[in-house]
Design a protein around this ligand. Sequence first.
Ligand code: FAD
Length: 284
Amino acid sequence: MTTAVAAPFRFFSLQVLRTRRLGPSLVRVTFGGPDLHAFHSDGRDQSLSLFLPHPGQPEPVVPLELGDGWWQGWRELPDDVRAVMRSYTLRALRRDPDEIDIDFALHGTEPGATVQAGPASRWAARAAAGDRVLLLGPAVADNRAIRFRPPEDTDLVVVWGDETAVPAASAIVEALPAGTRARVWLEVPHAGDIQDLATEADAEITWLVRDERGTAGSPMTLDALRAAHLPPAERPYVWIAGESGCVKELRRHFVRDRGVDRRRVTFVGYWRRGASEEQLRAEA
Ligand SMILES: Cc1cc2nc3c(=O)[nH]c(=O)nc-3n(C[C@H](O)[C@H](O)[C@H](O)COP(=O)(O)OP(=O)(O)OC[C@H]3O[C@@H](n4cnc5c(N)ncnc54)[C@H](O)[C@@H]3O)c2cc1C
């Protein structure tokens, strides 16, 4: 007897279908392509690796002809040729027709910005129908790039995310089943970034809006969460994602100050102030 094992991840060649501004800091890019019939995901915080072209390139350069050797071949390409690789989250998957949404937090792209832009933020700010990208994403719905996994006995779900994790947190909250108790904090730069989220869960969602000069992971978040009253729970599950420094502080707060079992805290640094994703990958 043989057992068929499907490869959990593969490349998808996609094109931008349309874009929509969700607020001053967030743009939704909708992608399509014939490959998407093979894209399967259980959603939640499904992470993806996106490969983007440099300005002037018609498509991202990844040596897919090398098969399993693509990674080594990609790393050996010159910096200004090799596609830019960045981590993003699946915000939505639709069928008939096959489409996926990715929400990009823009940073440093507005005139007079005080924070540094990166290639992905710049790409998203200018994205237009027809632009081509490659995606390394799931072909199997339940895969290890989904990290939100509350244990079955969870009696309270706690979520925090900054603007880079708003897409993941939103998909998580929308997927929570009826009857789940959840307390959710979402931090965004501008009041215009606040979105309506539909959920069947008993979820209390608090939007934290930074002032004009504030930066992600500001003390505002820590103060708000330290002061927050959480309903009594014996087996809470905590999910935290966003700027690394803030994620670390919040994890410490939940484990040390609130006594949450560290095994019931999922925490992911989505970016770090002052470091590009290449630099973070090199450190790892
Ligand atoms: C698993 C995972 C899922 C993610 N999902 C999403 C998602 O769905 N949507 C999303 O927008 N991001 C998401 N991110 C974060 C995103 O990958 C980073 O913000 C990434 O650094 C953006 O790439 P870039 O080319 O714009 O900037 P980079 O070239 O990587 O960085 C350039 C500079 O910009 C700074 N920087 C990076 N992001 C920000 C920011 N948001 N605000 C201010 N400064 C910043 C860096 O510190 C650096 O100084 C995710 C990250 C991970 C690990």
